[in-house]
Design a binder for this molecule. Sequence first.
Ligand SMILES: Cc1cc2nc3c(=O)[nH]c(=O)nc-3n(C[C@H](O)[C@H](O)[C@H](O)COP(=O)(O)OP(=O)(O)OC[C@H]3O[C@@H](n4cnc5c(N)ncnc54)[C@H](O)[C@@H]3O)c2cc1C
Length: 394
Amino acid sequence: MPHWQNWSGKQRSKVDLLHFARSVDDISAVVTRLAKTPGKRLRVAGAGHSHAPLVVGADQVLDISGLSGVISTDLSHQRSKIWAGTPIYMLGRALHDQGLALRNQGDIDRQFLAGACATGTHGSGSQLQNLSASIESMTLVDGKGQLRVCSKATLGDDFEALKVGLGAFGVVTEIEINLRPAFRLREQSDSMSGAEVLENLEALSGSGARFEFFWQPRQDAALVKTLHETLDPPVYPIGEEGERCGWNFEVLPNHRPHLHTEMEYSVAAEDGPTCFAEIRELLLHRFTDVHWPVEYRTLARDDSWLSNAFERETVTISVHEDVRNDERGYYEACEAIFKKYQGRPHWGKVHYAQSSDFIASYPRWLDWWRLRNTFDPAGCFLNDFLSSVSPKGL
Ligand SMILES: Cc1cc2nc3c(=O)[nH]c(=O)nc-3n(C[C@H](O)[C@H](O)[C@H](O)COP(=O)(O)OP(=O)(O)OC[C@H]3O[C@@H](n4cnc5c(N)ncnc54)[C@H](O)[C@@H]3O)c2cc1C
């Protein structure tokens, strides 16, 4: 029996069938067959970099890595249509060769475009939104096997539901994304004590730069990174994280080879400093064995119904643990703090949130489900996790 597992290996499950799709016809055939076998459920796998149980817990998994590359670019409107299974690291140079760049991206570039968008993947910067906020249109195969082009023009405001779609509306085949001219970045890093970071946090967060810090609990010290746009020429070799100067796609992604798990919550920007201060106290006094850092980032609000930054300026705080360790006690204690600040969990990371938590934190939660159910009335694209949080009686 084939099995599927995520990047860290902590999410794994046996499946009846593991499909590989190389064309839209392949995908339509898989979904049409599935629709004829009531009760069977299919999840699409991107690059498997989610820590949450999003791909496991279904009967079949569809790997879309065969659908990769830039389909076409509209230079005058700075938009590209891109196959859903394109890894972000392949996209960087391909867009750059056309003078374009993603507006923002995460800390690594291993994710596939559709996978990253589906969970609200983000980088850092108080004026920068989630990657999914740049989606102009998306083509998908819905639960009846029909190919649908979805955009604001075809769906109106409902389109905002699909951008952070958790793989629950159908199999996304291509995404049209709005871009910006290619740009260069200079990265700087400074060390600060935990107390200094807290003192300067509001000024640092509000500077408008791409800013983040990693706080090391054992040393009570932070590595503060800021990235400014520059006209300076790139410096090659591009060098180590912290002091780089180069094109956006050369500087933004990092190499994170050490297997770990991660919990990340988003809170309102104004609550970021006090929430971080509580997490810091927790690590300094209670979880003194943890030596993985706490990461603090900023994020601009957007309109996507299940975005962690839905209608609020945001700070994201994430905690990490070695994949070999049992993270549960530590993460539960962190989650209790995040919840005090009406935190929203990152969809792709570890959390123990339940249906009632999502109803409380996402004003459009029920609308999202109502719409989703019209795309997939038989529930083909649900899995154990989604079924467990789906509102009853809709
Ligand atoms: C080392 C590491 C660093 C990370 N850094 C960041 C970061 O800086 N910022 C951040 O926000 N997140 C970060 N993440 C989380 C990561 O970006 C998200 O979990 C992202 O969703 C992973 O993308 P993926 O392609 O691996 O998708 P997967 O994990 O494979 O899938 C994620 C979701 O997308 C759905 N999906 C994938 N493809 C399709 C498709 N074609 N159609 C429909 N649904 C689809 C899946 O069904 C699933 O629900 C990091 C994760 C790791 C392991």
